[in-house]
Design a protein around this ligand. Structure first.
Ligand code: NI
Length: 169
């Protein structure tokens, strides 16, 4: 069991597109296992590897976030291949964006495609919470945080508060 340190805003690593995974080996399997430990401990419903400072295109997610069941999915090199409809996520949050939540405009339904932990193609169709999680986590792989999808004014207010909190630490 390894709990990884979470990289938080405004760490510049969260702004960069992540590197593709070329081979799923023991290193990748260990990263995913550690990511799962970290996600359930937080607890969170999704985690991207870059949130632990690991520059790889890997996400995991579990909408139920039940530590006892540990029923999470892994998507490696995922992409959104289909999207339709609109919805507003209520009180969306992120482990890398401490002390802030906001409603965010999202697609209502998406399909994400990538590889599973065994290297097999995996296609996941999500609506409601799963749709939001897929969009949120895949955004991380493109260097986008949910606060990049709210108004500039709200983002500036958060940024000010966050910088002050970091200074006071
Ligand atoms: Ni996040």
């Amino acid at each position: 069991m390894a709990i990884l340190d979470i990289v938080t805003y405004p760490d510049p690593r969260l702004k960069n597109p992540t590197a593709r995974v070329n081979e799923i080996n023991d290193e990748i399997r260990q990263i995913v296992a550690d990511m799962a430990d970290t996600m359930y401990e937080a607890p969170g419903v999704g985690l991207a590897a870059i949130q632990a400072g690991i520059d790889k295109s890997i996400i995991i997610f579990d909408p139920e976030a039940d530590k006892e069941k540990r029923n999470f999915s892994t998507l490696i090199n995922p992409k959104i291949t289909f999207q339709e409809g609109t919805m507003t996520s209520e009180n969306e949050g992120c482990l890398s964006v401490p002390d802030f939540r906001s409603n965010v405009k999202r697609y209502a339904r998406v399909t994400a495609e990538g590889l599973d932990i065994d290297g097999n193609p995996l296609q996941i169709h999500g609506e409601d919470l799963l749709s939001i999680i897929l969009q949120h986590e895949i955004d991380h792989l493109n260097g986008i945080l949910f606060i990049d999808r709210i108004s500039a004014l709200k983002r500036q207010i958060y940024r000010k508060k966050r910088l002050k909190a970091l200074k006071d630490e």
